[in-house]
Write a protein that binds this ligand. Structure first.
Ligand code: IPE
Ligand code: IPE
Ligand code: MG
Length: 247
């Protein structure tokens, strides 16, 4: 049976975060260079974005490039940046057709000028869409995100426009790059790795994690639906007892 039909539409996560991992190993498995894996990963991005919008997810956030990924061989980094430009240009039409708004988080100013420009154009070109927000985490690091928020708060205090006693979780969240988005209820990581790799550390304090061995280029709509079904079978207790949740 198709897993989509097992999804309870009344209890959907609002925000799903994904760590798209395993492109390199997928390519190796096929006897090809790593870049071939990244190129094939684009199909999975399309499938998951479409599935998300169709099922009714409001926010989908994909980890596309971490700050640590600059340490990869120059050839691979350049290929990833070129692929980004190419994909953004090609996908604008599909995003508009599916009424998806593009957004990006991370230190975007450090991206190559061409990639930065293509990104801003795609964000601008989809800004009127309202069905789902697709956020790409690019040159993203959660510790960077938290430090940036802290600096902004410190500046406000120094200027006298904010009082220390007003700092709470809600205020702090509003200074993060994900301001205005709900925290992800579900995080999916492909390729068998079970770590966070500097992704959304603050935002994932109570997120459910779903790890799958599937490499990202093989990740399909069906895998995505299965992850949502798995998520819906869990009991989120937020520190309480099971009895408190169910009665
Ligand atoms: C994920 O696949 C894509 C990026 C990090 C850009 P990897 O490139 O990390 O693939 P593996 O982990 O080496 O297989
Ligand atoms: C995490 O994947 C970053 C992205 C998916 C963009 P990595 O493959 O870079 O993570 P590590 O190095 O294995 O933790
Ligand atoms: Mg990896």
């Amino acid at each position: 049976m198709n897993s989509e039909s097992k999804i309870d539409k009344s209890r959907l996560p609002k925000h799903i975060a994904v760590i798209m991992d395993g492109n390199g190993r997928w390519a190796k498995q096929h006897g090809k260079p790593r870049v071939f894996g990244h190129k094939n990963g684009v199909k999975a991005v399309r499938a998951v974005s479409e599935a998300s919008a169709e099922v009714g997810i409001e926010y989908l956030t994909l980890y596309a490039f971490s700050t640590e990924n600059w340490n990869r061989p120059k050839l691979e980094v350049n290929a990833l940046m070129a692929l980004l430009v190419d994909t953004l240009r090609k996908e604008i039409t599909t995003l508009n057709k599916n009424n998806i708004r593009l957004n990006a988080i991370g230190d975007l100013s450090r991206l190559p000028a061409k990639s930065h420009r293509a990104l801003l154009e795609a964000i601008e070109g989809t800004s009127e869409n309202s069905r789902m927000t697709l956020t790409l985490a690019l040159n993203y690091s959660a510790r960077w995100d938290i430090i940036e928020a802290t600096k902004k708060i410190a500046r406000k205090i120094k200027e006298g426009s904010l009082e220390e006693s007003h700092i709470d979780e809600v205020l702090f969240s509003s200074f993060l790059s994900t301001s205005g988005m709900p925290d992800p209820e579900l995080m999916i990581r492909t390729s068998g790795e079970q770590r966070i790799s500097n992704y959304l550390l603050w935002q994932m304090a109570y997120t459910e994690f779903c790890f799958t061995d599937t490499y990202w280029p093989d990740f399909s709509k069906e895998h995505f639906y299965q992850a949502i079904v798995d998520y819906q079978s869990r009991e989120r207790r937020f520190g309480k007892t099971s009895d408190q949740i169910t009665t």
